[in-house]
Design a protein around this ligand. Sequence first.
Ligand code: NAD
Ligand code: LMR
Length: 334
Amino acid sequence: MSKDPVRVLVTGAAGQIGYAIVPMVARGVMLGPDQPVILHMLDIEPAAEALKGVQMELLDAAFPLLKGVVATTDVAEACKGVKVAVMVGGFPRKEGMERKDVMSRNVSIYKAQASALEKNAAQGCKVVVVANPANTNALILKEFAPSIPPDNITCLTRLDHNRALGQIAGRVKAQVSDVKNVIIWGNHSSTQYPDVNHATVRTSCNGEDRSVRELVADDPWLNGDFIATVQQRGAAIIKARKLSSALSAASSACDHIRDWVLGTPKGTWVSMGVYSDGSYGVPAGLIYSFPVTCDNGKWSIVQGLRIDDFSREKMDATAKELSEEKALAYSCLN
Ligand code: NAD
Ligand code: LMR
């Protein structure tokens, strides 16, 4: 018997990431190949015509899993009954801008959309915030939607996680699918800390997992260029494309929700921006990226990993930036 369709909201659906992600959702990349979906697409009035065009293309693509499309500029209508909300709507960073520069425009959107989600979404709705500053937008959404459980509000750092996997795979000449358990700690910004201390690569000769530190055997690269490349990858893409990343962001947002809903593979963790409970000495009350495993639709922070002095310093620096962003966000809202 076929499953009931799940309503999936994509805000900013007429934008770049929106255009890349809606066909992925309609093809089952996010929720699985046997899960029908109804897409809810929200954008603002100036983009209403473009949004209609996306709706027409979705119809033309004849996706078997797509059971309906709601395309609207009304936020309450967009949120009605959604079980998954992918919050992409906002203004992207342009070349030369830091994420803080987009703060004031974007946090006020998240404050306003928090109450629409709270009032209209289905119970248990899972939210991932993609729009920057992603962690702080998610925090504002959480604060202004107090009836949504904090665990249901997350932000996307899976793109950074996937970027780190890609860099390691390239360096050791392995398939990206053989690399696992990198960690992105902290903010989706240039202070994030991509950590390989617990990461492994499945070797082609005997299929054993070997530690990345042992295989790469180049600490200066792992502690230097590797970290900087992952931290600066968003800016490098903006420089090359004159637009921020879109296909990789869309694909990673699908990975984020898929693993959250369907579970992470045994022995594997992923990075998600989640509400800090104080684990690893990260201040509670921030949305901070941690290593998590997912089971039964719930994420849990991986506990007990050894943190050395180098990591501690970097984890604290990105937490400090998030505390400052939080204060700045509140000052923008006042
Ligand atoms: P874009 O400008 O192409 O699209 C954004 C869309 O949001 C536009 O269509 C715009 O009209 C719409 N929008 C603006 N205000 C809105 C509102 N109040 N409600 C609904 N829609 C609204 O931008 P993009 O390239 O798709 O990027 C979107 C966001 O995602 C940016 O903030 C960008 O910086 C961020 N981003 C995050 C990651 C990540 O890994 N977390 C990766 C890439 C991009
Ligand atoms: C990215 O990481 O590609 C995005 O967050 C875009 C940006 O502003 O860096």
